[in-house]
Write a protein that binds this ligand. Structure first.
Ligand code: NAI
Length: 337
């Protein structure tokens, strides 16, 4: 057994890792994510590097007695109970900045696809050989108000791109950066004002207890009628049922979602059905709602793909190897707890 277990390794990662033979000498590669069924296999490792589909709950962590370090190959770390890790003296790192351009650019890819109906246009020509413009009329971004929720690394790049489209930008952040506001030329407002005045709302906050259902049945009704919502952050930031109701009623004109609440469950529905159904009712409801959202004409869903560029993936591998080497040298970096 080697020191490090890399979980959820895909074929491209295996290939890319061949360039790092010294690292491979200390690391075992596994394609599966961590689950209660396979946990015994990983119980002797001191270092585990998951992607986003392995959940490190207290119950799981307790069964990994030798675990000292988790380094996730993602920016978000909401799949890891960092408070419990702190209690157990397990360090946790992430890859903080690999995707700040990649995700910001994808946000605009989704936004343009949604407001200019690019998918419908493409599908009509390719699948139907039909060049009609019926129902393909879109809207300009020029002069519209973009509401950016979270002005960290990704949100800041979104602001910069929006400037190129000559949009007006409102922002909401728990920790407003007044210097950045002045430099980039946007305006911090309350969440309520942002929802009321934005033509397009885009989410760039992490998922944690303070952002769970940040957009919910109480404040979604404040959203300007006919606005669009883009979510490339995490599904649980929006209350799925409230979003669905607003899309159905036409209050929200359309949504582009790279992330869904319970997106892990939608991939593993059979597993969910086999679990204790009483405890899983809320999750099952969201899985059903996700299927309904996927089928709505005014909703564009992609499979958590925003991070997926060659440049970002290269950064993820290099930073993760660096994180592990730094930990082994007693100088852990990129710690989130
Ligand atoms: P960041 O840490 O640089 O910025 C997050 C911002 O959110 C900060 O300015 C922070 O003050 C603000 N914030 C935190 N809690 C808040 C709250 N309760 N209310 C208001 N503002 C709050 O993070 P970064 O790099 O911009 O990434 C944002 C998120 O994007 C990640 O946490 C991750 O979940 C998601 N992401 C999604 C990807 C995808 O493939 N779809 C890829 C990479 C990141």
């Amino acid at each position: 057994m080697k020191k490090v277990a890399l979980l959820e390794i895909s074929d491209w990662e295996k290939e890319a890792l061949q360039k790092f033979p010294e690292f491979l000498a200390i690391a075992d590669l596994y394609s599966e994510s961590l689950s209660s069924e396979n946990i015994e296999k990983f119980q002797d490792y001191a270092i585990i590097s998951p992607f986003i589909n392995s959940r490190f709950t207290p119950e799981v962590i307790t069964k990994l007695p030798h675990l000292r370090y988790i380094t996730t190959r993602s920016t978000g770390f909401d799949h890891i109970d960092v408070d419990y890790c702190r209690e157990k003296k397990i360090l946790v790192s992430n890859v903080p900045a690999y995707g700040s351009h990649t995700v910001a650019e994808y946000t605009f890819a989704l936004l343009l696809c949604l407001v200019r109906k690019i998918y419908d246009a493409y599908h009509r020509v390719r699948e139907e050989g039909n060049f009609s413009l019926e129902n393909l009329r879109g809207r300009e971004l020029f002069g519209k108000t973009l509401g950016v929720i979270g002005t960290g690394r990704i949100g800041t790049n979104v602001v910069k791109i929006a400037k190129g489209f000559q949009m007006k930008i409102l922002a909401y952040d728990r920790y407003p950066d007044k210097e950045k506001e002045k430099q980039l030329g946007f305006t911090y407002v309350s969440l309520e004002q942002l929802l009321q005045e934005s033509d397009i709302i885009t989410l760039h906050v992490p998922y944690n207890s303070s952002t769970h259902h940040l957009l919910n049945s109480n404040n979604i009704p404040l959203i300007k009628k006919g606005a669009f919502v883009i979510n490339t952050a995490r599904g649980g930031i929006i209350e799925t049922e409230a979003l669905y109701q607003a899309l159905k009623s036409g209050q929200i004109a359309g949504a582009a979602l790279d992330v869904l609440e319970e997106e892990k469950e939608i991939k593993e529905e059979q597993e969910l059905l086999l679990k204790d159904r009483l405890n899983e009712t809320e999750k099952l409801k969201n899985v059903v709602l996700n299927h309904i959202l996927v089928d709505l004409d005014n909703v564009l869903v992609t499979p958590h793909n925003a991070f997926n560029t060659e440049e970002a993936l290269h950064n993820i591998i290099v930073t993760t190897i660096d994180n592990i080497n730094s930990f082994l040298q007693g100088k852990p970096q990129n710690l989130v707890s």
